[in-house]
Design a protein around this ligand. Sequence first.
Ligand code: SF4
Ligand code: SF4
Length: 402
Amino acid sequence: NTPAASEGSNAHLFTEHDEFPLKVADDYQRYHQERTAFHYFAKKYGNPYNPTYTDFSKPGFTTVDHAINMAAWDLCDQLNGYSSNTGFDIGLYRWDNPVWPQKHQFENKQDAANAIKRTARMFGANLVGITRQDDRWDYASFLDAVKGEVRTWDDFPFKPKTVIALAIESDYEGQSTAPSLTNDGIIGEGYARMSYVAYGVAAFLRAMGYHAVASGNDLGMSVPYAIAAGIGETSRMGLLVTYNMGPRIRLMKVYTDFDFVEYDKPKTFGVRDFCERCKRCADACPSKAISFEDKMSLYPHEGHDAGTNNVGIEKWWTDSKKCLQYWNDSGTNCGTCVTACPYNKPDFWQHRMIEKMNSLMPGPLHTFMREMDIWFGFGDTFDEKAVAKFWSPEGRKYDGRG
Ligand code: SF4
Ligand code: SF4
């Protein structure tokens, strides 16, 4: 298989797996989209969620920060309506785009995978992996909170065989300003680009005669699909952690009836071991929504609100209601956990050096790396200087997008 991730000379740090690398319970039940915390809050506060600001004096919350936030979400809404987190079959995520009547026949499946991955990179994907469609990761039903519509896979225009998992990098300096309106602009920009990139890949497949639909957070869960496609690992904070960008990414996917027969495999590079000792995200989380338990488990530990969680799959448990309540109370999309994560940091030599040491001597060295990360000045609380740096002429210095 073509490498899904840009592993480069660090390929030896990755372990490839034949099976999905997390335990799934025998009685695992498919999840319904309406159970997500976004739907819970849409019911509680209405959708679109649109807080009003009155104090524009704080760094990260000035009228300029407000404007970049509004501009990014305006663009996203133009592309996808007001349903970025709850919607489906809308804007660039529509289901009914025409398919070219003649099917292109590739020489072999490897050529097909190469062409699709090259196209995805051309549209701006940083990571691409191709995996088989899996009922376990697809929502049993979909609910659009704005339109009030519920649909199921019976309404979908074709039977998908394949899911193409895609990741795009978020702006490092913008992310460093979290929680702020500046960072919310980065998130909105990411949501806009998610649909742009996924639509481009889906349109490419349709132009070759195959059904294909772009998907953001709708249709199915992006994290297990991204794990299965080999582009990252799960983490304590519940987000996908990638090798080069950590959790500072946005995920999207494309459903298609193109059958690849051979697929990318899951790959791990030590995130699970590292998260067991790190816990920086849990320390930094202002709403205490992230578990401090040492080990992952199939079901939530006692006292944990499992209301919005998808149970029966091995993970660390987060409390999405606490998380989104903080978003509502702070008037931001927070993101402090992402900023705190050592894997989020750009590819500075000291991180890779420590990582190589970790692969030789795990355990206490993970704790050492966590301390080194702090020692090198990577904080995890709101920092006015980060906002000033984002807006300075030298901004974007560490952004991998060039
Ligand atoms: Fe906690 Fe903020 Fe991360 Fe939510 S986004 S889990 S509130 S740090
Ligand atoms: Fe894992 Fe640490 Fe990142 Fe949290 S901050 S996801 S514990 S590596």
